[in-house]
Write a protein of this length. Structure first.
Length: 191
């Protein structure tokens, strides 16, 4: 298990050595090549991913075929279409690797087993879900009430260093603007 994952758990819970072993027994790992799709709309989300290295994105494709980035998941973030995963419903969003990415992941049965065998894990995932909902509400409010420039500044604070790793097209999609408008804003700010 990666040290990054252990430190992520330690942000909210303390695991005894035997509990760490239980986590290791249920945890899986894989490499996801750049541009690979982990989840397509209509599929059931089968895993919750921890990004050990690289970056994933959650996005929605509208009826006109335009992609709208909802969230980015760089290192030390958890990624999942949470409604599809926990309710075992078809996903409305997709998850894709923006870089070659290393992930650790749990299936829902493995996670449910952990909740039973290591009850403190329920606390961890409750806090994770609460933080995700908080982020979702702030993002929704921001999209409804802030200017493109203010949203861009929030993006830079929320995802430090990510704009050097992913394309302007991806950032613009997240901000709800065109890549050309993003380029113009960046030029005005000499970024």
């Amino acid at each position: 298990m990666s040290e990054l994952l252990l430190s992520n758990f330690a942000m909210h819970i303390a695991l005894a050595p035997d509990e760490q072993e239980q986590v290791l027994a249920l945890l899986q790992r894989k490499t996801v090549p750049k541009r690979s799709i982990l989840l397509k709309p209509g599929e059931i989300e089968r895993h919750i991913y921890f990004v050990d290295e690289g970056c994933l994105r959650l996005y929605h494709t509208d009826k006109q075929g335009h992609e709208h980035n909802l969230c980015f998941y760089p290192e030390n973030w958890w990624a999942c279409d949470i409604v599809s995963f926990f309710k075992v419903k078809p996903a409305t969003n997709a998850i894709q690797a923006l870089e070659d990415t290393q992930v650790c992941y749990f299936s829902l049965p493995a996670l449910e087993r952990l909740f039973t065998e290591v009850p403190i894990f329920e606390r961890f995932f409750r806090i994770l879900t609460q933080n995700g909902f908080d982020m979702f509400q702030r993002r929704l409010t921001s999209n409804l009430s802030k200017t493109a420039d203010q949203r861009y500044q929030e993006f830079r604070r929320h995802y430090p260093g990510l704009e050097q790793r992913i394309s302007q097209k991806q950032i613009a999609s997240y901000l709800g603007i065109t890549p050309a408008f993003l380029s113009m804003m960046r030029k005005e700010k000499n970024l």
